[in-house]
Each structure stands twice: as C-alpha cells, then as structure tokens.
Ligand binder design. Structure first.
Ligand code: FES
Length: 166
C-alpha cells in the first residue's frame, strides 16, 4: 500500500528555529501563543504536529489548549500545504464572475481537489469566502498576494510562472 500524500509532505521540524521563534522573538511568553503559531506556520506553511508538541512543552500549556486555538482559527492549517498557496475566492461577487469554473479547471489541471496539495508539494489549492475585495472580483490570493480580476488564462499564467521558478 502506498503511503498517504500528507505523510510524504510532512515537514522535518527544526528545533533551533522553533527556539528562536518562541524564545527570542516572543520571549517564551504564552500570551503570545497566536503570534508564535503564525510565525511557525509562516516557516512551514502549516503547523507540524511535532512543532505543536514542542511548543506545548516550552510554554507549559496542555497540548489540548493549543489544538483548541489552532482549530478555532480557519487561517491555521494542520495539514501539510504546498510551497505555493493558491486561494480562490468563491464568495458571491467572485462566484458571479466565474470563480467556480476557474477552481474546477485549475483542480483538474493539477489533479487535486480543493483543499489538497499537488503530489510534488508545489501547490495547495484552497477556496475561501469573500476576501473583502469584491470590487476586484474575481479575486485570487497567491502566496498572500491579491490578484484582481483573475480569469482562467490569468490563473494558467500564474501557475506556469510559479512552476518555471522551480
Ligand atoms: S466575494 Fe470575492 S472578494 Fe468578495
């Protein structure tokens, strides 16, 4: 039986880097938990389980509390995500501009479902609700950068440019 894709993408945690984030950047203070989690996610594009266990020990917090926080905020991911995160807004304004069709074609091109990561670990495709820029519909957010008036050919161009950059 072949290993699940998520396992293959699981990050190797760098504990020195975690120490730097937790102690140097945030003073080892549990009050900074959310910012520490954001910083860890910025490094790995998701929150590796080993990092959360280590964080719980360092901050003397129950691991269950950390999971409660992580699962409360939609912006945190417990699943390995690709190097490039492509989010497509499927809110009403963007839906009316054809975002569902763009998602469908993109997923079929990359052979994934929304929420999944390509086998090479390069792209994660996510659908999101209104990102607050309806006047620019249809909006996509690629690695945190907003792309207004995205259509299928624009999306193909983005994918090609990112693939070539590898
Ligand atoms: S519906 Fe897409 S930005 Fe508002």
């Amino acid at each position: 039986m072949s290993e699940c894709k998520c396992k293959q993408l699981e990050a190797q945690v760098d504990y020195n880097l975690l120490d730097k984030i937790i102690d140097e950047e945030y003073g080892g203070d549990k009050e900074n938990l959310i910012m520490i989690l954001q910083a860890i996610q910025k490094e790995y594009n998701y929150l590796p389980k080993d990092a959360l266990v280590y964080l719980a020990e360092k901050l003397s917090l129950p691991i269950s509390h950390i999971y409660e926080v992580v699962t409360f905020y939609a912006s945190f991911s417990l699943k390995p995500r690709g190097k490039h995160i492509i989010q497509i807004c499927t809110g009403t304004a963007c839906h009316l501009k054809g975002s569902d069709k763009v998602v469908k074609e993109l997923c079929s091109r990359l052979k994934v479902e929304p929420g999944e990561t390509t086998e090479d670990g390069l792209f994660t495709i996510e659908t999101v609700n209104c990102v607050g820029a309806c006047a620019l519909a249809m909006v996509s957010v690629v690695d945190g950068k907003y792309h207004p008036s995205t259509n299928q050919s624009e999306m193909n161009k983005i994918i090609e440019e990112l693939s070539q950059g590898e």
